[in-house]
Write a protein that binds this ligand. Structure first.
Ligand code: ZN
Length: 383
């Protein structure tokens, strides 16, 4: 069954050969894109959709989210916005609520957030564990997540579990041993929060190398709150992504520019903690591949809106609108080592976002305005 989407006022393909086109059309066949070109030259298809001059981009690829949790941190946010500062320990509030929740409650929350993201154009979403911090609770978080996305990340090393606060080395042993064994079957990635108050460079290295030995691919929460070893460790270990990258030395930027690790920027976190934004311009000018993601989580960035992240990145982080849209689609795909998403080209997954706007610039130009006109995921119209 094939569908022609025609009369696209603008089409962002992220494909160097196809470029950004006007008066364009796309053909979907099954779950894939079969053809991209000029509307006037489109082939015959079973069905036809008239986009009436609207803009189309690849579905957003949100490569960093924490969606298996219970509870709410409204009070913490409210306190912080009233003058108190954020520290990594707030995670423990969510850990207590998550442990107390049933599987059904966690899954209902997860599907609610995935649906919320889909309605805003996110067709690929990564999901981390990290609010269980016991072998059983981390494994169930990943088991639940794996039923809804292939991009699952083992983050037992989110923060030291409260039971181990006087013996963090024993917790690292658990995370790299029994907990990893229980989680690895449900995870594609291994992640660690490398930060003061969470895990230091040596502990992060132990977590990541243990994960790699179990077949997981590393990604790192790095340099969010302070300078530290996270970014350079990520590059050294061939991580797919170093996430946050807010506090970078010149050596950190050089390492990213010289390696294959994507810098994933998460402006929702700085927005929600009134912190300094990462300098995307500095990274782009150095030749680093940049992704934008939501970091959707109840503590430090409770947004599922990629459009919001684009608007903030353009206004506060020195990105052009084109660069920000690329980072939120193809950049996220790079950060997940995916070549089938984040691009509109023959053979790619038919994950498409039609905007209620004549160009993708409107994502930054019209902040806070719902611009989703239609969403296709795997060739199926979902919105
Ligand atoms: Zn995160």
């Amino acid at each position: 069954m094939s569908t022609l989407i025609t009369n696209l006022g603008s089409l962002v393909t992220n494909d160097p050969a196809l470029g950004t086109r006007t008066a364009a059309a796309v053909v979907i066949d099954g779950d894939r894109i079969a053809w991209v070109g000029a509307a006037a030259a489109a082939p015959d298809t079973d069905h036809r959709f008239d986009a009436e001059g609207r803009a189309m981009i690849p579905g957003f690829v949100d490569s960093h989210a924490h969606l298996v949790f219970a509870g709410d941190r409204t009070a913490e946010f409210n306190a912080r916005m009233s003058g108190q500062s954020y520290s990594a320990g707030g995670i423990r509030t969510t850990v207590a609520a998550t442990r107390a929740a049933t599987d059904a409650e966690l899954e209902a929350n997860l599907t609610r957030f995935i649906g919320e993201a889909l309605r805003q154009g996110t067709t690929t979403i990564e999901c981390k564990s990290g609010y269980g911090l016991t072998t059983e609770d981390e494994a169930r978080a990943l088991r639940i997540a794996a039923a809804h996305t292939p991009e699952t990340t083992y983050l037992g090393a989110h923060v030291v579990a409260p039971e181990f606060k006087d013996d963090p080395a024993a917790y690292v042993d658990l995370v790299t041993g029994e907990m990893l064994d229980a989680c690895a079957p449900y995870a594609r990635w291994v992640d660690v929060f490398c930060e003061q108050g969470a895990f230091d460079g040596d502990q992060a290295r132990a977590v990541l190398t243990a994960g790699v030995k179990r077949g997981l691919i590393p990604r790192v929460h790095a340099n969010q709150l302070h300078h530290g070893p996270g970014v350079q460790l990520a590059v050294e270990l061939g991580a797919a992504s170093a996430d946050h990258c807010t506090h970078l030395t010149d050596a950190d930027v050089d390492a990213l520019a010289g390696g294959d690790t994507v810098a994933t920027l998460l402006p929702g976190a700085e927005f929600s903690t009134r912190a300094k934004y990462p300098d995307a311009r500095r990274l782009l000018d150095a030749g680093v591949t940049v992704a934008l993601s939501t970091d959707c989580n109840p503590g430090s960035s409770f947004t599922s809106s990629m459009a919001f992240c684009i608007a903030v990145a353009v206004r506060e982080m020195g990105m052009t609108p084109d660069e920000a849209v690329y980072a939120a689609t193809a950049g996220g795909a790079h950060a997940l080592r995916r070549t089938d998403v984040g691009v509109v080209a023959p053979g790619a997954r038919a994950d498409l976002l039609l905007l209620d706007a004549p160009s993708a610039v409107h994502l930054a130009y019209r902040p806070g305005v719902p611009l989703t006109a239609a969403v296709w995921q795997g060739g199926v119209r979902k919105v």
